[in-house]
Design a protein around this ligand. Sequence first.
Ligand code: FES
Length: 146
Amino acid sequence: MQNGRRETLSKPNDYRFFPGAPEGIIDLCDAADIAVGTSRVFTFGSGASLFEMFVMRPPENAPLGPASADGLVAYVNVCPHAWSPMDWKPGEFLDYERRYIHCTTHGAKFRIDDGICIHGPCIGLPLTPVPIVVANGVVRVAPPLD
Ligand code: FES
């Protein structure tokens, strides 16, 4: 485990506390490039400051929480159980039934809409959301105004 990630354990659930997190407003991709039921992974930094996040357009009928933007959700690709990446192959985050985000390391499942773990070793813990907006068809990281 990287020391930077260990530090995040005692801090709020804010993506900006992760080493390598993008600063400011960052354009990611065209929203239309993320098909229903798929995700795209975005990487920033390198080495100990490698930051990875994903943007998902959930499968049809998946609930969406207030944090969704144009039907998209975004989270840091780090599981709150053992702080490992979650996709079982690059960009594949859904469980077999395509109802939950799945961590491949120990099998935790997270609700798509709010990132809360509902099954597995970190039940009740949240994924770290990344605030996004869609403007003129472009998905952007949009840091909170604080
Ligand atoms: S690291 Fe994700 S369930 Fe253990």
